[in-house]
Write a protein that binds this ligand. Sequence first.
Ligand code: ATP
Ligand code: MG
Length: 230
Amino acid sequence: ILPTVQGNIELSQVEFEYEPGRPALKGINLNVKAGQSIALVGHTGSGKSTIINLLCRFYDISNGTITIDGHNVRDVSISSLRSQIGIVLQDTFIFSGTIRENIRFGRLDATDEEVEFTAKAVRAHDFIMQLPQGYDTEVQERGSMLSMGQRQLISFARALLADPRILILDEATASIDTETELKIQEALKTLLAGRTSFIIAHRLSTIRGADKIVVLEHGVIKEQGTHEEL
Ligand code: ATP
Ligand code: MG
């Protein structure tokens, strides 16, 4: 069992191959202090998602170690590991049900007040109130009645309510208008505060805001540093 963590993460000489002889990650060393946000950037196939896959143990590492607060992820139960990691995927998962149910997913004990509080925190409250039944509005599977940006804000509210120590975010590539982008950046700041986060980043604004940028190329870290350093 992984005890409640601060969120210090260390990858040491991490190697991984999905198929024998075709390494997806080679000699990855990365030290992340609790509360830091890491932007993972690099071309398609460079290994960004693989780092996330190993951290969450969707796959088991071939060589090297990943530790969280000093605990090797291999030595803890998968459920206790994942209970402390929140994942916001690019293809935001909206299911058929009310907006409230969608936000509450992952913390079913949350009160209506808590749901609204988090929605306000990520600036989703205003558009929700403009929907026909507010928080009780039924959305269809995949959230077809919502815009891409609105779906993102719902998933941010969901993640904020769940309040994990470690957050993983696969940022959407789709272009959104400047106003929505600003809103999302603001919401992101709220969501990331006080958590360790890994963001597969596509937007320059996100990359700029990260504490550390890690540039991957063909499974190795090509460079890492702050936006100013790189
Ligand atoms: P993208 O920006 O396209 O999402 P990425 O940086 O996330 O790319 P990864 O998904 O980490 O890249 O892939 C790294 C390498 O591992 C690539 O060569 C890819 O083809 C390979 N790979 C990824 N997933 C699998 C898999 N399930 N089975 C076999 N090979 C895989
Ligand atoms: Mg990927």
